[in-house]
Design a protein around this ligand. Sequence first.
Ligand code: FCB
Length: 464
Amino acid sequence: MSSNNTLSYEHPFPADFIWGVATSSFQIEGAAQKDGKGPSIWDTFCETPGNITDGSNGLIACEHYDRYQQDIDLIASLGVNAYRFSISWPRVQPLGSGAFNEAGLAFYERLVDGLLAKGITPFVTLNHWDLPQALQDQGGWENRDTVHRFVDYALAIFARLGNKVGAYTTHNEPWVIAILGNESGIFAPGIKSRATAMQVSHHLLLSHGLALQAMRDKGCTQPLGIVLNLSPTVPATDSAEDVAKARLEDGRLLRWYMDPLFNKSYPQDVLDALGEDAPHILPGDLDAIATPMDYLGVNYYTRSVVSADGSWSPKKSGLPLNDMDWEIYPQGLTQLLVRMKRDYAIPPVYITENGGAFPDPLTATGVHDHDRVQYIDQHIAALGDAMAQGVPVHGYMVWSLLDNFEWSSGYAKRFGIIHVDYDTQQRTYKDSAHWYKNFLAHQKQLSKPESVCATESTTVTGVV
Ligand code: FCB
């Protein structure tokens, strides 16, 4: 296990900094057909052979629906002050419209109350991809009616959980839903149409803005925002072709979401490239999308390298790769955040996901995931560097609390800081969980006024 004398220990973060762990409903809950839950598009997607590498599904996952109290205890044991999770829309409203399911609403209320009882702030995401299948049957996010169904659902959640929730997020990673779900089709619902994907992205953004307005109208005083997956996008070479392609991909990944959220417009270069595949936008939509947010969530894993002919592969980069073959590139987090502050009037930022999949065997002496310790350590340090350059970062959450269902990779890729044995559902701290816990204890010590002198002289050893 890494010593405590590492990079992130040199950054004292503000005393009120949010430190958390993150999960999502479909990836951990299981109980896919229990207590009145309806099917989601991911339940359906898993049924088609070939869609999920190991042929698995979310029927059982980590059994979090039944083991939530044990998981709350685990979260509390880490010393975090926040937990980010998502609500399964079809668990609380099986058809995505009409009747709500009391058992589903009650589950999330118990979860929120259980977290609060331990002093942990719940960060609730309303849509982490598991759209009710019944809505997909009517066109899903491509159908403008889904926008209004989402607002109704958001209001029902607010009516139940109210201002007990620390922060609400409308959508997790609209780019993934639009592009991986509807353009390349490698994620649910498995559609392959660029025009559909772009209409989906517009409706996700519109529903985000309208939900914010509706929740505030009903008395929501808690921070509201959206979570984007962002990366710096760089050309593989400095050829004019690669540079132009990288600029366009930056437009599709970052500016396509940041421009409408902050500047009421879509980037013209992307619109030009889309031609007839550009979305239909009605008068007033762009005003609604730009409804001011209280915070922006950023999920960061790696950088994006682009070559015009598609020939670039992370294996060529010489950088260390994780188990997903994603480059490990912590300085990209600093670069991304500094650029966002330069180009947009950003509100407070939370890093809502960051972490890595590594092959971590469970041994007789534990899970010695040194790679993950190093990854998290280096990224927290990179975050500290961005803050030192004036980026208003207010929180950081590790992806993920538990090993879980990693979408089309099934259970083969493990992102957890806590190991899950899927046969027994036994949870075991990995070294990264021990490390994070020690790091957080050390941060707490740094922020206590009476210990400042003592810790200043012992920063190098970082003993906790
Ligand atoms: C993000 C997702 C999250 C998880 C990580 C590895 O894109 O939001 O659910 O799968 O990637």
